[in-house]
Design a protein around this ligand. Structure first.
Ligand SMILES: Cc1cc2nc3c(=O)[nH]c(=O)nc-3n(C[C@H](O)[C@H](O)[C@H](O)COP(=O)(O)OP(=O)(O)OC[C@H]3O[C@@H](n4cnc5c(N)ncnc54)[C@H](O)[C@@H]3O)c2cc1C
Length: 456
């Protein structure tokens, strides 16, 4: 790969850890090389080389994605952004400029050093990259009050499929010049270009939150309590765990959670002052909807223990088997129907489905457990996985609230957005990436790049 900057690794052993993300896509391929880019120029050189040779490109942040978006492709290359870590901050305007390889937690930490806050907080915030967050429009726990990644992206630099680096947006909070191409690239999952720099809006430091916990013997009652809290308040976190999730975390961490409970609701308020009306309202809603116990955590450490329990559910359930990870979302008014429907689907197919949710914004993660060595179980789990997405669509919802379509949810996309919108999307993809160089099979169909000679 003459002329390609950054380190280029090509041995099977070195490549192995760049092949798959956390969705464990069974059809993952083997790339011919991984480019460990350190600069925009390195990314441009790698893209130009790939375009010249008709080799497909998969962009990889930290590989924590849950939809197979950074699965490698046979014969392609992977461009990793993990070494692109430069960052700067303008405290006066509360704007940060970061390269994509920085972890979300590192962005939060350096903003925090200046008394500022970068809110979006995927449960994976300690291990996922900010570039991956922008490319998937990641959500998280505080997004119910503070919004998702897109709400904090003011600008970005992107390397296009012809190797040009272009800038969308900039440091201004208000800037409506031209079409909103910036928003097009947020959530584009590596299919339109490679994000090499991001300009982020920061907020003043978040006030210390207070945490409320409710235990339930009925999942329907827990869902009803969540609906009431969300409709009366703007909590800064409103999360849900079912019995399977609670027990998986308890097996892994031994936090003293109630193994017999059907559901756990964790809510937070970051309104300031002793007269905060949110805490009593949350407790009232939890108890009136049948919580067997509801209380405010004694201190920040206890509150963080419950938030940590919620964040650790995916790794904990992964200890029980392989997962097909759902990311379905519904209007919060339909949450009780989704909870009940997923329980019906699990029973009908005799599979375990752990259920967690960023419940305050209706975004849920049913986790279908299976064993790839057990063909019958895998077939039943696959049916259940599809039926959960069908159910979400029947309820007027979405097949993905924050993880992206990737490769694994692509077959269901047309059922949600329809043929016309899919066709318009494909035309945008073709205009920006005529050779189909970037991540074929993600969002759009495809496995290989078109021959560059056919395009000229
Ligand atoms: C335990 C656990 C909990 C999670 N919780 C949440 C959660 O609460 N909320 C949430 O939203 N997600 C969550 N995720 C999913 C995942 O962490 C996010 O999707 C995250 O944004 C992915 O970042 P990454 O750096 O790992 O990206 P990767 O997995 O490397 O890539 C994800 C996608 O983005 C593309 N991409 C990456 N970097 C770039 C770039 N610079 N330019 C263009 N395209 C790029 C890739 O090609 C791929 O399509 C969780 C994951 C795990 C393992």
């Amino acid at each position: 790969m003459a002329g390609v900057g950054g380190e280029v690794v090509t041995t099977a052993a070195e490549i192995e850890s760049y092949r798959r993300d956390r969705a464990h896509d069974p059809n993952v391929g083997t790339p011919i090389a991984v480019v460990l880019a350190e600069s925009t120029a390195d990314v441009q050189a790698a893209v130009r080389w790939a375009a010249l040779h008709g080799v497909v490109v998969v962009t990889r942040g930290a590989g924590t994605g849950l939809s197979g978006g950074s699965s490698a492709i046979d014969g392609g290359i992977v461009i990793s952004t993990e070494r692109m870590r430069a960052h700067s901050i303008d405290v006066q305007t509360r704007v940060a400029v970061v390269q994509p390889g920085l972890l979300n937690a590192e962005v939060k930490a350096f903003a925090g050093e200046h008394g500022l806050w970068y809110p979006p907080d995927p449960a994976s915030f300690e291990i996922c990259s900010i570039g991956g967050n922008v490319a998937t429009n990641a959500g998280g726990l505080c997004c119910v009050k503070y919004g998702v990644t897109a709400d904090y992206v003011l600008g970005m630099e992107v390397v296009l499929s012809d190797g040009r680096a272009v800038r969308f947006g900039g440091p201004l909070v208000k800037d409506v010049a031209g079409l909103s191409l910036l928003k097009l690239f947020v959530g584009s999952e590596g299919t339109l270009g490679i994000i090499t720099e991001i300009t982020l809006r920061l907020l003043p430091a978040q006030p210390a939150p207070r945490t409320v916990v409710g235990w339930f013997s009925s999942t329907e009652e827990a869902a009803a309590a969540i609906l009431e809290i969300a409709s009366r308040l703007r909590p800064s976190m409103l999360e849900y765990l079912d019995r399977t999730s609670i027990n998986a975390v308890e097996d892994m961490l031994g936090l003293g959670l109630d193994r017999g409970a059907a559901a756990l609701v964790v809510a937070r308020s970051d309104m300031q002052g002793a007269g905060d009306p949110e805490i009593p309202t949350m407790l009232d809603a939890l108890l009136r909807h049948g919580a067997t116990s509801a209380f405010e955590c004694a201190d920040a450490a206890e509150g963080e223990r419950y938030a940590h329990a919620r964040r650790m559910v995916i790794p904990a359930v992964e200890l029980q088997g392989s997962l097909m990870l759902e990311d379905v979302g519904v209007s919060i008014t339909r949450l009780p129907e989704l909870v009940a429907g997923v329980e019906r689907i699990a029973a009908a197919h005799d599979v375990t489905i752990a259920f967690i949710a960023h419940a305050g914004d209706g975004n849920t993660h049913p986790l279908v457990v299976f064993d790839p060595a057990d063909q019958d179980l895998t077939a039943r789990a696959t049916l259940a996985y599809g039926e959960v997405m069908d159910l979400a669509l029947e309820l007027g919802g979405t097949i993905t609230g924050e993880h992206g379509v990737g490769r694994l949810k692509r077959p269901w996309l047309v059922n949600q957005i329809g043929v016309d919108v899919l066709e318009i999307s494909q035309r945008i993809k073709d205009a920006l990436d005529p050779a189909g160089l970037f991540s074929p099979g993600v969002i759009f169909e495809g496995t290989t790049a078109r021959n560059p000679k056919e395009l000229s």
